[in-house]
Design a protein around this ligand. Structure first.
Ligand SMILES: Cc1cc2nc3c(=O)[nH]c(=O)nc-3n(C[C@H](O)[C@H](O)[C@H](O)COP(=O)(O)O)c2cc1C
Length: 239
């Protein structure tokens, strides 16, 4: 496998970094290729604006997708974005490693997606889901949450973790063509005793070793959508 881990945690002693270290050791020992984008360590700039580009399609009005279209066609991405795009296109397995913040992605990781999953690179030209620009690749979320499994249950105050992760699974990974591996979710690492902690890291090791065979989540099939939902001739223009 060629694995890219995008790591979004600022603290080396965090459980997230322990999961990253487990992945580094496990994947290397199994002979897989691994690259890591450690966003805080890199000082990754997450704000998406004209700094994404060296080229300019329209200096009067910033239309991000129009600028992305031009940059993708002409090698016009800024160096930091181009370097991440190169890693994204290199990998066959993508892992996001992060703590849930406000039931979503930490801003630095959301900004990585906003800037790197560019039109012309990750989507566009009518390519989406199983016909997506990144089809043939697989992706997985490895996340920690502060809450217990109970608060993320059907009757818990937050609801199931799968519901919270849906926008990432469907709107980022599925949309761009990834097959989405069932996530690895760790509840309340701050409250774990050492034995439980070691057990969770061992379970993550097993998950990583089985990544190529791991079950994937159901995703829409474009052909089914067109056949069942869209009437012939009414297909909206995809971005
Ligand atoms: C800004 C911020 C927002 C957070 N939001 C949530 C949340 O919405 N739900 C939750 O369960 N935990 C939340 N937490 C707790 C973290 O998810 C938790 O501390 C982390 O997963 C523990 O892993 P770590 O030791 O690697 O940081 C939040 C923490 C911070 C700093």
């Amino acid at each position: 496998m060629r694995v890219l881990i995008v790591h979004a945690h600022h603290e080396p002693t965090s459980f997230n970094t322990a999961l990253l270290t487990t992945a580094r050791e496990t994947l290397a020992a199994a002979g897989h290729e691994l690259r890591v984008s450690d966003l805080y360590a890199m000082g990754f700039q997450p704000v998406s604006d004209r700094r994404n580009f060296r080229t300019v399609a329209n200096a009067e009005r910033l239309d991000q997708q129009a600028e992305e279209r031009l940059a993708a066609a002409s090698g016009g991405f800024a160096d930091d974005v181009a370097a991440e795009i190169e890693k994204l296109l290199w990998c066959d397995h993508l892992i996001f490693q992060f703590p849930i913040w406000w039931l979503g992605l930490p801003a630095i990781l959301k900004g990585w997606v906003d800037r790197v999953f560019a039109l012309g690179v990750a989507y566009g030209g009518g390519r989406w889901f199983d016909g997506g620009a990144l089809a043939g690749r697989r992706a997985m979320l490895s996340v920690t949450v502060g809450g217990t499994a109970e608060v993320y249950s059907d009757i818990g105050v937050y609801g199931p973790a799968e519901d919270i992760l849906f926008p990432i699974h469907r709107g980022i990974f599925g949309f761009t063509g990834f097959q989405v591996i069932e996530p690895f979710v760790v509840y309340g690492p701050g409250r774990m005793d050492p034995t439980t902690r070691a057990g969770v890291l061992a379970a993550y090791r097993e998950k990583l070793l089985g990544l190529e065979r791991a079950a994937v989540l159901p995703m829409p099939k474009v052909a089914d959508y067109e056949r069942l939902v869209l009437k012939p001739g009414l297909r909206p223009a995809a971005p």
